[in-house]
Design a binder for this molecule. Structure first.
Ligand SMILES: [Zn+2]
Length: 234
């Protein structure tokens, strides 16, 4: 384990190496930082079942604005979509971590080292200064399928934003929220870009027999989510 690592309890961003004065992600002052070891002891990454193959992982207590990660049990082994901010050694290992985007890479460097998990993120997001301290095994570009999981490069919220589909589950992190009639496209995005790219999301999800949407802090039934999402793009 890296001897020096800090976690901002406002946003969950992990800082590898010397402690900076302010959080590079959210700007909180360093009195809001704990060591990664303290974070590991304070925050318990807690699984919640989504269906027979998918589990949501979130910290208890909540670690700032940390985004949910998801574990998928595939026929070729378990993987994560996104990564918790706290490093809990008691979690079941995964073989790979696939990121939706660069904002919440959590403790992926520690899980990677501990389990040998392969870290994957789109090359356009890997190039961002916030992502650069994190070791990455595969910088992908475009769409691909691995572990039976389909990855689609969408862009919009971040240049490399990628959504994933496993069987009847869609993983969209924070592209749009909250579920329901108040849904908005992520406001921390270039507005024209996220709207333009969202039309590809509509195309892709219209072709697939989806049942469930896994978001950054919610799990929603697909049909209602899809209706609200299409309204944002129309
Ligand atoms: Zn922060």
């Amino acid at each position: 384990m890296n001897p020096k690592q800090w976690v901002c309890v406002v946003c969950g961003y992990n800082m590898i190496g010397e402690m900076p004065d302010v959080c590079p992600f959210c700007g909180a002052r360093h009195d809001k930082f704990v060591t990664a070891e303290e974070a590991a002891q304070t925050y318990t990454v807690t699984p919640q079942s989504v269906n027979e193959n998918v589990t949501q992982l979130m910290s208890v207590p909540r670690l700032g604005i940390e985004h949910a990660a998801y574990r998928i049990e595939t026929e070729e082994g378990a993987v994560w979509i996104d990564c918790p901010s706290a490093f809990n050694r008691t979690l079941e290992p995964v073989r790979a971590i696939y990121f939706t985007h660069k904002d919440f890479m959590g403790a992926s460097n520690q899980y990677r080292e501990y389990w040998g998990a392969k870290v994957n993120i789109h090359a356009l997001d890997a190039a961002h200064p916030l992502a650069r301290p994190f070791p990455i095994d595969h910088e992908f570009s475009g769409d691909f399928t691995e572990y039976g999981i389909e990855a689609f490069h969408i862009g919009g919220h971040t240049p490399g934003f990628t959504m994933y589909v496993y069987r009847d589950v869609l993983f969209v992190c924070d592209y749009a929220f909250p579920p329901g009639p108040k849904m908005r496209l992520n406001p921390f995005s270039p507005e024209d870009e996220i709207r333009a790219r969202a039309s590809r999301v509509v195309e892709l999800i219209s072709e697939r027999p989806l049942k469930t949407v896994c978001g950054y802090n919610y799990v929603a039934e697909f049909d209602g989510w899809c209706t609200d999402f299409k309204r944002l793009v129309a």
